[in-house]
Ligand binder design. Sequence first.
Ligand code: KIV
Ligand code: NA
Length: 265
Amino acid sequence: VKRVTTHTLRAMKEAGEKIAMLTAYDYSMARILDAGGADVLLVGDSASNVMAGHETTLPITLDQMIYHAASVVRGVNRALVIVDLPFGTYQGDSKMALKSSIRIMKESGAHAVKLEGGQEVEDSIRRILSAGIPVMGHLGLTPQSIYKFGTYTVRAKQEAEARRLLKDAKMLDELGCFGMVLEKIPAELAQRVSESVDVPTIGIGGGAHCDGQVLVTQDMLGITKDFHPRFLRRYAELFDVIQKATESYVTDVKAGDFPNDKEQY
Ligand code: KIV
Ligand code: NA
C-alpha cells in the first residue's frame, strides 16, 4: 500500500478530498483504524484522559507519549502517524521543543509532531521545522490551556479572539506547518481559516468546511460514556457491547460452562 505523507494531505486539500483522522494510542486499535482507511492517526495527548483516566491532558509525560506512539507506529501500514508534544515539553524554550521532537521521531518512528498555540510558540515551531521534522498546529480550544480558558466551551466567538486565531493560522501556514487542527470554534470562522491557508485544516467541532475531520476514537466508538458534545457523532456503542460480552464471560465461568471439553488440552 501507498503510505500517506504530509504531501498527500496537501494534495488532498488541493483535490478537494476530505481527510479522515482519528486518535490512536495502542497497537491493536491502530491496526483496526489503519485497516478501516483512516488517513491519519493522531497519538493525541488525550491519552492522558482516555488511556490514563486523568481529568486533563496536562499530566501525561514525554516518555508516556513515546510509548503510545511506538505502539501505534507498529500497527500501521498506510496512515500518517502524528504525535502530540505534551504539556511542558515545548513552550517557552525552542531548544527543549526540538529535543522533545527529536526524541519522539527517534524513539517512536512516528512521522510528525503536533503542538498547541500560535504566536507564543513561533520560535519552537521554527526550530523543530529547521531539523526537518514536520509540524502540525492546533488552534481554538487548546486543552493544554484549559486552566487559562476555565471552561471547555466554544472559542473565538468574539471578534478579537477570532481575528487573533486567523492571524495565528496564517502564521502557521507561512512558517511551514503541514496542517492545523481547529478545535471547537464557529464553523464560519473555521471556513474562513480553511480558505485563507494553503495547508489542510482538520476540524473537531470546527464544522463541515474544514479540509478534514478528527475525533477521539474512544468517543467515536462509544467506549467513553457520558460525553455528548454537539460535534461528536457516535458510530458504535462499544461500551455496551464490551460490557455485555464481559457479563456473558463471567456468567459462563461462574457456571462452569467455560471452558468446555473442546476448549481444554
Ligand atoms: O489529543 C487529541 O486527541 C487531540 C485531538 C482531539 C485533535 O489533540
Ligand atoms: Na491533543
